[in-house]
Write a protein that binds this ligand. Sequence first.
Ligand code: NAD
Length: 407
Amino acid sequence: MIIEPKVRGFICTTAHPDGCAQNVRQQIDYVRSQPPISGAKTILNNVLVIGCSTGYGLASRIVAAFGANAATLGVMFEKPASDKRTASTGWYNTAAFEEFATAEKIYAKTINGDAFSNEIKQQVIDIVKHDWANGNTGGIDLIIYSLASPRRTDPMTGETYNSTLKPIGKTYREKTVNVLTGEISEVSIEPATEEDINNTVKVMGGEDWELWIDALLNAKVLNQGCKTVAYSYIGPDLTNAVYRNGTIGKAKEHLEKTAQLLATKLSPIDGQAIISVNKAVVTQAAAAIPVVPLYAAILYRVMKYKNLHEGCIEQMYRLFSDFLYAKNSASYDKNGFIRLDDREMQAEIQAAVATIWPQVTTENINQLTDLVGYRDDFYRLFGFHVKGVDYTADVANIERSIRSIKE
Ligand code: NAD
């Protein structure tokens, strides 16, 4: 079967197994080209990654496994291949990740299911107790919380909530781009209702993160000094109305407040709950946000020109090496957040983006922005446009098994 990208709106409904594997390989190679995570040997044995299969979560898992030789247990929500349908990109990524980890004798197990549910939390606890807590490496040393989901079913009530990407207070009109065609148009988004705001906080706020930590603390599977990290985004004035001051921003505020609560809950075991504010990158979650892809295409252009551009893996390596397991003391912002978006938010970078923004039209988009690079990254998310992969070749087997998952 020849696999081609089939893009519908802001997602691609096909994924290329060999391209996904190559993406994972390249991220591993990047981590292996850097110094090992210092000091990690004694304090970073076992890592739980919730949202482990794509974007920031996958990159975190790769850094833990291949930068620190840590055992990783991942949770994801992905689809295996069926009949003539390819698997989802996160499925192929994870199949490749487990393959590479196992080849290097690095422990890797994955659970495919709804991380918001009580059942999946219990499955994680059972595996940790069986595989880690009874062994000589103890329980969990680090929990990465990297979920991005459009909906969540509350495990207590069974009610399902949908998140939205809406402004608050008034209608938002701004330029946006069709990533595939480069066509610039104006998008107009009606303001959120109170219900939209509450629902988005329910899905993308900190409630589930807290439920995870409560469950893991109650089960006594966290090691002394265990850290947990969740990812946030702030971004520039340009995207404030739809991001930071919008429904998703309210959810991020809730997530950030939850970190304070979790820090208190974790203090008896000398644990830490940390927020890392990451840079805007192309992921499946980010592609869905209006206006952000145009901002990112300009940002890519400016940051590449200044040689400051980073993707998920470079940032996650910095997160581990310069902050979580740094040799020297790391600096946090006034809110206590790690700022991996420091380069994106440099005044000079933002001034350049703001100068370009009003000038961009459909006609000059390729001169003024790096839409080509952004689009390439978008295709790469699904295993397309990856160097070294022959896309004209027949893929004999679209089913790729994940070693630790019995189908
Ligand atoms: P992503 O879409 O690449 O990854 C989402 C992950 O969550 C996947 O592994 C997916 O399988 C998993 N997932 C989704 N729903 C699930 C469920 N119900 N059960 C189990 N797993 C589930 O997203 P991303 O962009 O890497 O986002 C991760 C975090 O980083 C989010 O909190 C996001 O807000 C934050 N962030 C993203 C950006 C960006 O530009 N992409 C910037 C800063 C912060």
